[in-house]
Design a protein around this ligand. Structure first.
Ligand code: 5GP
Length: 146
């Protein structure tokens, strides 16, 4: 399945500046580079840089460009799932892996307490339509979210 993202969102996201290092390239078949691609797909292919904190054969983790806390990392699958709602039973292992990597990254960042968030869909606050797990911590976090 190709990466999908509404064009109006792609326009605003692609205007942002990114910092840090180049992500590892992945085969183009893993994340289509044609229309509907996302900025995260471009990071996965190493076409634009990101501030990488972890990578393996199934996912990449990098710092959010607009951190909402002292630690704010995004964990994304190399598989271009547009959101959690697009996942099915064949993705069970991958989804578990993403959560384990989220915990690993939190520990790596020195966090005992942290929050993981997955926004699915516009009304839930999703702005980049490539599945990602937010890992947020380093300050007290209020609940419920807005
Ligand atoms: P969402 O709102 O879709 O749950 O989260 C998308 C996240 O991606 C936001 O927190 C936003 O700051 C982050 N983001 C958007 N564009 C970029 C980018 O170019 N680089 C990085 N590192 N993060 C980005």
């Amino acid at each position: 399945m190709p990466c999908r993202e509404p064009l109006r969102q792609r326009a605003s996201i692609c205007n942002q500046t990114v910092h840090g290092f180049h992500a590892p390239a992945v085969p183009s078949s893993d994340c289509d580079s044609m229309a509907g691609d996302t900025i995260f797909g471009q990071m996965l292919r190493g076409e634009i840089p990101c501030d990488e904190v972890y990578r393996d054969e199934r996912c990449l983790a990098f710092r959010d460009i607009q951190p909402q806390a002292p630690v704010h990392v995004l964990v994304i699958p190399r598989k271009p799932l547009e959101s959690l709602r697009a996942a099915d039973s064949t993705d069970s292992e991958l989804l578990g892996h993403l959560l384990l990597v989220a915990a690993r990254v939190a520990k790596q960042e020195g966090l005992d307490d942290f929050r993981t968030v997955i926004n699915s869909g516009l009304e839930a606050g999703q702005t980049v339509f490539h599945l990602h797990v937010h890992v947020i911590g380093g300050r007290p976090l209020a609940w419920p979210p807005g």
